[in-house]
Each structure stands twice: as structure tokens, then as C-alpha cells.
Ligand binder design. Structure first.
Ligand code: PLP
Length: 431
């Protein structure tokens, strides 16, 4: 019987990140200034980590990972195992070979630590006092609080209010790491105050929380703004996921025909797939890529491919991406990390060129969380609500293989665990 757990020795932790920019089939449309108002690019250069902005436009395919960051990755438990879902395959009676990458094993519960550690390392090298950020599901805020705590920096988090209210335990975890947490919209920024004036019960959105974080960084010298998704450097830091996975498939002696990830802004999907997409673009091999989303926020599935702001208040430059509109209202879901208006510009371009396919699931999350239950009862581990979308899509594809008899190799990224999200499962599954 083939191994169910494929591990890499610590020495095989990647030594470089993969940056797909030079390998893209077409140049990435650059960020643009809007027609009116102050320069957004100049503003970003003041409030963001300089090294990350430099990486944003790197023309190198391979960017060496500083030894200190590799050590932080090892401290956080990398490399992470790849698992063969033998029991799930048996339960589904599918000829497909199913694999899942264990980003749920991170200290804070998700893949977000891969970029948080890198961003904090650079912020600390630049002599910053602290970092600030937005968070939706809370996973990014926790990852940044954790990384700040390791590097001895302060961390201020603006957390989408309606999620902040129900994820009480995750809030405590963030505070235990030393994070200063504000429900967003908050009373400590002008953007937050103006929104609260018109609606004191505003549930918040990731776009609003980003505007608050940017305003805070602009007004508090010593603080820099860190983003947990969408941008090129974030996807590059996340490429450790896909690079490890490729090595693990080499060990197993088979290669994926289909790679699946859930999709909010694109960081776990991009980190998992871009090293392979790069090879497909260069025609070195074949593989398909599938992004799983909620109909609550089908940015890359149903959005328009055009220039738009990345935040509610229009403080960012315009990015060419699939967008639902930067002020779009989106219904609440428990997989809140997937509820964002825009998709990563790199992944948007690749989707536009036909390299990425998409699948959407209903807002009530029933079929998605039923897949979580199947996965839990066969494989034994509890995915985060966001990751459950990837699991659902993998099960759907495995069931198609049952019909066709195809022995497809399917890999999905389990971007996080769901131990702090049990309430969502209780509600949707009526437990
Ligand atoms: C566990 C988990 N997976 C996925 C996502 C979606 O983000 P991204 O598309 O950037 O990976 C989030 C966002 O918070 C998350 O917490």
C-alpha cells in the first residue's frame, strides 16, 4: 500500500521562493493611479514594508529565502506533510487518487504564517516598531500577531465586525500572542467613524478593514501595513506550499492531474498551484487548476476583469483583477475568509488566459459543510470552513471519476483547521 503520509526532511525545505512574474504568458498589467486624488503608489511606498514592495515587481523567477526566515519556517513546523486520502477514496468508491496538503498544521491554524513570518522579518530588519492589518476569518490576524510576537514587534488588527463578534476564542488567541484587536468599522480611524455614523451596527467588510489598516499605518509613524493575500509578494512567499508539494509528488512517483484550492484573495490557491502553473505555462507538463468559491463572493468566478481599488475607501492603487466592485455588499458566510471583492492580479490574468477553472457553491454552505463531515469521518481531521470548499470540490471531482473510471490524481490544499470555527458547523449542520 502506498504511503498515506509523505514527509520531507527538514533539509529539503525550499531554499528559494518561486516568483511566476517573469514566466507569465503575458506581462502583468501594472497597478495604476486613479484619475483624481493623491498618488496611491506614493502612499503605499510609505506605509508598506519596503522589501515586500521590491519583491512585488521582482524579475527573478527564484528569490532566495533568507536563512533566518527558513529557520522561522522550521520553527513553525515546515516542511508540512502531504497526505493520501485513502479512507476517503474508499468511502467514495472512486478510482481517483486523492491527496491533501497539510497547511492546517501551522501554529495558528492556517497557511497565513508563511507570509506573516516573511513580512515580519523584513519589517523588523527595517527597524519598524509595529505592523497593522485587516483580517476577515481571523486567520491572517492571528498569523500576524504570532509572527509579531516572535519578532518582538507590536501588532494592530482591524477585524471585520460580524466575524470578530462570533469568533470569541480566536480573538482570545490573537490577544494571547499580543495582538491589539479592533472590531471594524472601528472608532479609531476616520474611515471607521464615518461608516459608523451612518450605520452604528455596520457588520464590516474586508475592504473597510483594509482602509482602516492603511489609514492607521499612514498616521502612526513606525507602523507598517501588511496584507495577507492578493499581492504578488504574498503569493510568492506562499509558493513554499507548492514547491514542497512538487517534491512530495516526486517521492510518491506520480504527478497531479488536477490541483484544487479554495479562493478568497488567492494566497493559498496561488501558493499551492503557481509553481506547477509555471511549468504548465512553459509547456513542461500538463495539469488543471480549480479554484473553489462561495456564491457570496464569486470574485474570480463571476467578477469583471478590470481595474479596481483593493479597499473600500479607495486608498490603494487600481489593480487589474477580477472584481465584484470594491464597495460590493456580500452576504455573510462562515467561510468568511473567502468573502472579498477582488482576486489576485496574477491569478486573474491566468484565469483570463484560461489556465484556471472555477467552481462556486451556495451561500447556505450546506453542501460544503457536509463535505467537511465526510472528510472528518474518513480522514479524521477538521478543515477550516474556507478549506472545506476545496474539500467539497475534490469530492465532486472524485465522484466524476467514479462515473468515468478515470484514475485521476487530484490534490487539494487544506489551508487551515477548523477547531476555532465549530460554531459555524453547529449552525449550518444543525448539531
Ligand atoms: C483557512 C483559510 N483558507 C483560505 C483563506 C482565503 O484566503 P486566500 O484566498 O488568500 O488563501 C482564508 C482567509 O482568511 C483562510 O483563513
Amino acid at each position: 500500500m502506498t504511503e498515506v503520509k509523505i514527509e520531507l526532511p527538514v533539509d529539503d525545505l525550499p531554499k528559494s521562493w518561486y516568483n511566476i512574474l517573469p514566466d507569465l504568458p503575458q506581462p502583468l498589467p501594472p497597478p495604476k493611479e486613479p484619475e483624481t486624488g493623491p498618488s496611491r503608489l506614493e502612499f503605499l511606498s510609505k506605509v508598506m514594508v519596503k522589501k515586500c514592495l521590491e519583491q512585488e515587481n521582482s524579475d527573478q523567477s527564484w528569490v532566495p529565502i533568507p536563512e533566518e526566515i527558513r529557520e522561522l519556517y522550521i520553527q513553525a513546523g515546515r516542511p508540512r506533510p502531504l497526505r493520501r486520502a485513502r479512507r476517503l477514496e474508499k468511502f467514495l468508491k472512486t478510482p481517483a487518487h486523492l491527496y491533501w496538503k497539510r497547511e492546517d498544521l501551522s501554529p495558528t491554524g492556517s497557511h497565513k504564517v508563511n507570509t506573516a513570518l516573511a513580512q515580519l522579518f523584513y519589517a523588523s530588519e527595517e527597524g519598524r516598531e509595529g505592523v497593522c492589518t485587516e483580517t476577515g476569518a481571523g486567520q491572517w490576524g492571528t498569523a500576524l500577531s504570532y509572527a509579531s510576537c516572535l519578532m518582538g514587534l507590536k501588532c494592530v488588527v482591524f477585524w471585520v465586525r460580524n466575524v470578530h463578534e462570533w469568533k470569541v476564542d480566536r480573538r482570545t488567541l490573537m490577544k494571547m500572542y499580543g495582538g491589539e484587536v479592533h472590531a471594524s468599522p472601528s472608532n479609531i480611524t476616520e474611515v471607521g467613524k464615518s461608516i459608523l455614523q451612518t450605520n452604528p451596527d455596520h457588520p464590516g467588510s474586508l475592504g473597510i478593514a483594509i482602509s482602516e489598516g492603511l489609514e492607521y499605518a499612514g498616521k502612526n509613524e513606525g507602523f507598517v501595513y501588511c496584507l495577507g493575500s492578493v499581492l504578488n509578494h504574498v503569493l510568492m512567499h506562499q509558493s513554499v506550499i507548492g514547491l514542497e508539494t512538487s517534491e512530495q509528488f516526486n517521492i510518491v512517483g506520480e504527478q497531479p492531474d488536477l490541483m484544487i484550492g479554495c479562493f478568497g484573495g488567492g494566497s493559498n490557491f496561488g501558493g499551492f498551484t503557481l509553481p506547477l502553473i509555471g511549468e504548465v505555462v512553459k509547456r513542461k507538463r500538463k495539469c488543471e487548476f480549480l479554484a473553489a468559491q462561495s456564491l457570496a463572493a464569486p470574485n474570480i468566478s463571476q467578477g469583471e476583469y478590470r481595474y479596481d481599488f483593493a479597499d473600500h475607501a479607495g486608498k490603494t492603487p487600481l489593480l487589474k483583477m477580477y472584481t465584484l466592485g470594491h464597495n460590493a455588499e456580500m452576504p455573510p458566510i462562515f467561510g468568511d475568509g473567502l468573502r472579498y471583492s477582488g482576486a489576485s492580479p496574477i491569478l486573474s490574468l491566468l484565469r483570463n488566459l484560461g489556465y484556471i477553472k472555477t467552481k462556486t457553491y451556495p451561500v447556505d454552505e450546506k453542501v460544503v459543510f457536509e463535505a467537511t463531515r465526510i472528510f472528518l469521518r474518513t480522514e479524521g481531521f477538521l478543515p477550516a470552513p474556507e478549506s472545506s470548499y476545496a474539500i467539497r470540490a475534490m469530492i465532486d471531482e472524485a465522484l466524476k471519476c467514479k462515473q468515468t473510471g478515470e484514475e485521476k490524481v487530484i490534490a487539494c490544499n487544506l489551508s487551515g483547521h477548523g477547531f476555532l470555527d465549530i460554531f459555524g458547523y453547529r449552525k449550518v449542520l444543525n448539531l
